[in-house]
Design a protein around this ligand. Sequence first.
Ligand code: SF4
Length: 298
Amino acid sequence: MLDQSGSPTAEALHAPVLRWYDANARVLPWREPDAGAWAVMVSEFMLQQTPVSRVLPAYEAWLERWPKPVDLAVEPPGEAVRAWDRLGYPRRALRLHAAAQAIVERHGGDVPDDHAALLALPGVGTYTAAAIASFAFGQRHAVVDTNVRRVLARALTGVAQPTISPTAADQRLAVSALPADEPTAARWAVASMELGALVCTARTPRCGDCPIRSRCAWVLAGSPPYDGPPRRGQTYEGTDRQARGRLLAVLRAASGAVPKKTLDASWPDATQRDRALDGLVADGLVEPLGRNRYRLPS
Ligand code: SF4
């Protein structure tokens, strides 16, 4: 199905993508019918900047220890930081802890199903609120992550890559692509995301295996190469992020306060190490104590 300008329409993509998803979706614990909204929420916090393979063990351990928001809410935030292990971007652990406390205080311990109430929780932005409302409660929302942006950019607008940063136009395109009825929209949200994760990948899309190859605007245009600004991969070695990770690893492994000289042994560059430690303190991930000692937040 093409629109008046000859471009493929979103409606033409729904049925083939949904059929493909039914046959090819990965079996993931947060997608199980009985997973519950808290499990979906935990998975969404963890998956934002971390691949599924690294998330799975941390997710299982997290829900084993804190099966409900209240179980996490009564713990010190440092325990959330400790359990975050090496998932990276550990401020997410603090935000998830704060969200659990807000869920207990405002919603009696149950993750709310209302989109505005979700959006009002600490650490829950537009994407996460839409993802929880859609994946956990079957509502109709545009759930726009990197994978969805890429699929829609290629299939509907015919470009090789979406813009480097998300834009309001991405959101509008995703809203316009939603199926009209709520249950189908919720399935489309997860199915289009899975297609981006497994088939329409960033570097080498597997168009030969794609259920919408005959309708994809980018393929129909002859698969023109990317001609936008250079896209740089993130480096980690030698960065302040790596230094922060080393310092946090020492603190996670300790049961109590750690002397500064123990932290000093974890990173050779004193200037970078002190900058990283100051940053961790400023972010609330590390608590300074007297006599030059540090610990995870209590
Ligand atoms: S045909 Fe290729 S570019 Fe188009 S949506 Fe499928 S995998 Fe992506």
